[in-house]
Write a protein that binds this ligand. Sequence first.
Ligand code: BGP
Length: 466
Amino acid sequence: KLAPFPEDFFWGASTSAYQVEGASLEDGKGPSCQDVKEVPEGTSDLTVCADHYHHYKEDIKLMADMGFKSYRFSIAWTRILPEGTGEINQKGIEFYNNVINECLKYGIEPIVTMFHFDMPAALDARGSWGNPESVEWFVNYAMVLYESFGDRVKYWLTINEQNMLTLVGPVIGTLTIPEGTENVLKEIYQQNHHMLVAQSKAMVLCHEMLPNAKIGPAPNISLVYPATCKPEDVIAAQNFNAVRNWLYLDAAVYGRYNSIVWAWLKQNDACPTFAPGDEEALKNGHPDFIGFNYYNTGTVEADDGSVEESPFGGDQQNGGGVAGMYKSYRNPNLQQTEFGWEIDPVGFRATIREMDSRYDLPMLVTENGLGAYDKVGEDGKVHDPYRIEYLRRHIEQIQEAITDGAEMLGYNPWSAIDLISTHEGMRKRYGFIYVDREDFDLGTMERQIKDSGWWYKKVIESNGED
Ligand code: BGP
């Protein structure tokens, strides 16, 4: 018999500032790396997005109509601090005050991501995460957030998908490698180290300033399978698991580097340099829970010598591998989305079980979801049975994991509302709420709840029984 979902389970959904808000330079907002990056060919830029900046009231009302218990969104660093450090932009504070208050009005718990892929351009120009000062920039930004919103925000997420920044950073438009860098691997992991230290310090500060708040990381966690039961493939899977997943959680939870990753970096002369106090700083931070995004599992085999030398490790969707460590493998047992992403609900349970046994902390699903070409039907509605099927199968596996003993705090799939996809622009939609616009035609911006949203409402009402 399956265990029930907890009574106070956070059923909700997610967005991020640079993908949903638009108004990218309005009301004093400074440019972020996303505003100045070259968008992939054939996709929209990020100036308008779903225009949530001007529609937030309507959007949160629709979330309330679906019965949301939580809404995970990110704060744009440059709306608060246009230059990344220095002067505070009151209009930015006002906007997020309004968003938070609007959520609370409907009993929706705001879950706030502090950093979701949008480094202030001004800080990029100063070396971004490669600059050792980045630790202080982030901690200072965190302090402003706690001071401004800490009286109402109880759940904080530090850095969204830090692991994707190191694995595919340039694809996302973040993680800049300075020209002329000799040891790119070392540079990547030095930047990563600064993020880890910054995160740890932000967790300590959160606990000092807001004793009732809870804070956690938000990496993208995918359990990695070996392609076969060949021992060499198992070693490859351990390698990718370490590089992709455990490095981030070992550091966040235990304040130490994963030994497999450290040994690999050492062999490549790429271990990050610790500043005085870093070791202690890493040890001092403790998350209250693990936030994580899950889209699919990974599968790898041993490198047969064909993996090209590249400092970036790639991920399941982008393929790749690391020479001598692992090579990506398409799992023949899994279906794929229209966009070629593998679908693995049972792997969701496996991933949760693995995290539970390694870290023994409550877990909050901060993303999961299906990107598809949704269309308005002849009846004017959006019928997305494929998304209902996808979500249902994943929710079932959360319940299995709860039955296995995992403590699950909530489920916040991607995305609350249609927004701009990282790689595919507007055509790849994830939302429960449809937005009438295309990549190059801003449309009416009208909103409507899709079939999946009405279905989700029933799931929430019945606390997962539907
Ligand atoms: C995650 C990101 C999100 C979101 C999502 C879907 O990696 O945290 O920002 O974009 O993936 O990805 P995509 O937009 O590429 O389909």
